[in-house]
Structure formats: C-alpha cells, structure tokens
Design a protein around this ligand. Structure first.
Ligand code: ATP
Length: 135
C-alpha cells in the first residue's frame, strides 16, 4: 500500500470540515496512520510549499497556511495518493473541482481550497518527513 500527506488547511478547520474530510477518507477505505491538530510555523510551511517559491501567490499562501490551526494527516491504503486527489477534486473549487468532491462541494476560492493532498508518491514521502519526522 501507499502513503499520502493530507492537510485540512486553516480554512477547513475554521469552517468545521475536519470530520467531513476524515469521514470521506474513511469511507473510501483509506486508513489514518497519523493525525495532528497544529499551527504550522513558517519554516514548515516554506518547506512544504518550496516548489511555489517565487510565484505571485507564494507569500499569501505561506501567510494563510500558518494563519491558524490545521490538521495534518498521513493516510494509507491502495493508491492512497491518487485516491485522495480524487476525493479532494481540482485545485480551483469552481473552475476545476466537480460536485461530489471536497473542494467541489464546499469550496469557492482557489486560495481557500480547504485541503491539500500530495501529488505523487515522491512528494508524499518528502512531505511526510516535513510534517511527521518521527513516522
Ligand atoms: P495542494 O498542493 O494544496 O494540494 P494543488 O496541488 O491542487 O493544491 P498547487 O498548484 O500545488 O495545487 O497549488 C498549491 C496551493 O496554492 C493550492 O492548493 C492553493 O491553495 C494555492 N494556489 C494555487 N494557485 C493559486 C492562485 N492562482 N492564487 C492563489 N492561491 C493559489
């Protein structure tokens, strides 16, 4: 089986969607391997979003992700990486995510798109080390 790093971002926590996201993960047949509520420090956020350093939205993204408590999870199961990407829906909640997905059902703005899921197995292993170095 495979592992992926999931974040319920600060907007998702503020909107009370943690249970909703976890319910969808569990109903899909994926397992929770780690789960923590925490406020990310800047170093963690900058490492996590290193690939976006230099983009126009990078500073806002780091401010946003460090701006309140989030829930970080390691999710495990058969093809966990694409399986969670499917549950999340496309990055833009209106233009890309379809109804039935987390972003499609609950999101409106691309910056406040509620969840993160690793985009590849390699990204997942990199991100799991950042958020759960002891796992
Ligand atoms: P994530 O990495 O959070 O799962 P993603 O892989 O679907 O999202 P990326 O293209 O990696 O999308 O963008 C990372 C995050 O940056 C997005 O989830 C979103 O919060 C933010 N973002 C992306 N594009 C924009 C934009 N044009 N304006 C503002 N924020 C953006």
């Amino acid at each position: 089986s495979e592992r992926t790093l999931v974040l319920v971002k600060p907007d998702g926590v503020a909107r009370g969607l943690v249970g909703e996201v976890i319910a969808r993960i569990e109903r899909k047949g994926l397992k929770l391997a780690a789960l923590e509520l925490r406020t990310a420090d800047r170093a963690t956020a900058e490492q996590h979003y290193a690939e976006h350093d230099g983009k126009s939205f990078y500073a806002d993204l780091v401010d946003f992700i460090t701006g309140g408590p989030l829930v970080a999870l390691v999710v495990e199961g058969v093809r966990a990486v694409p399986a969670f990407r499917q549950l999340a829906g496309g990055t833009d909640p209106i233009e890309k995510a379809t109804p039935g997905t987390i972003r499609g059902d609950f999101g409106t703005e691309v910056q406040f798109n509620l969840v993160h899921g690793s985009d590849s197995v390699e990204s997942a292993e990199r991100e799991i080390k950042i958020w759960f170095p002891n796992l």
